[in-house]
Design a protein around this ligand. Structure first.
Ligand code: E4P
Length: 217
């Protein structure tokens, strides 16, 4: 499963990119406002930090206006992936952009039928929002499982990008359900490496190593 970082914080992206574990980045208008930075400027900087897809979201609601915004965003870098909302206008824009060979991430997906439409529109990625469904006491992971079955039934190439991930358990469940990508907040990515028994075991090994009085170098 590929890992995208779900943030517009370039310091966090730089730090995580250095691990070699990051395959791309997703942003949205809420993350842009949180960064406090100019939208196009921050997307440009993120595109320089990763070779992978960097999702930049349009804010227009009508197809023609979405396409105009997309053309502007595509000028920023070759790894810009246009993020479009799952509406009929968004799907029309998705078809037009993917027909031209551009990457598109269709966002705000909350049902399997929406995901089916996005695949038919040629989306590169579909973003089912797990956490926001869980917030409503609806099992977000079931949505990932349903989309996996539907996409496999018809050999759709659209990648399932598990979004709105809040916990390490969401990451594990997404991988088990066969999501192609998970977009994950930086703190959750860092938390994946942590286990109290790893810390405890390392501490004991180092204490014993010190008793040998040896050094490897
Ligand atoms: C990413 O593409 C999504 O916009 C993001 O994961 C949404 O996460 P949230 O539901 O925590 O805002």
């Amino acid at each position: 499963m590929k890992f995208f970082v779900d943030t517009a914080d370039t310091n966090e992206i730089r730090e995580l990119a250095a691990t070699g574990l990051i395959d791309g980045v997703t942003t949205n208008p809420s993350l842009i406002v949180k960064s406090g930075r100019d939208f196009k400027e921050v997307i440009k900087e993120i595109c320089e930090l990763t070779d992978g897809p960097v999702s930049a979201e349009v804010t227009a609601l009508e197809t023609g206006a979405m396409l105009a915004e997309a053309q502007e965003l595509l000028k920023i870098a070759k790894n810009v992936c246009i993020k479009l909302p799952l509406t009929i206008d968004g799907l029309k824009a998705c078809k037009a952009l993917t027909d031209e060979g551009h990457m598109v991430n269709v966002t705000l997906c909350f049902s399997a039928n929406q995901a089916l439409l996005a695949a038919k529109a040629g989306a590169t990625f579909i973003s089912p929002f797990i956490g926001r469904l869980d917030d409503m006491n609806i099992d977000g992971m079931e949505l990932i499982e349903d989309i996996r079955i539907i996409y496999d039934n018809y050999d759709f190439e659209t990648e399932i990008l598990a979004a709105s991930i809040r916990t390490a358990n969401h990451v594990k469940q997404s991988a088990m359900a066969g999501a192609d990508v998970a977009t994950i907040p930086p703190a959750v990515i860092k938390g994946l490496a942590k286990h109290p028994l790893t810390d405890k075991g390392l501490e004991a090994f180092l204490a014993d190593w010190a008793k040998t009085g040896q050094s490897i170098l």
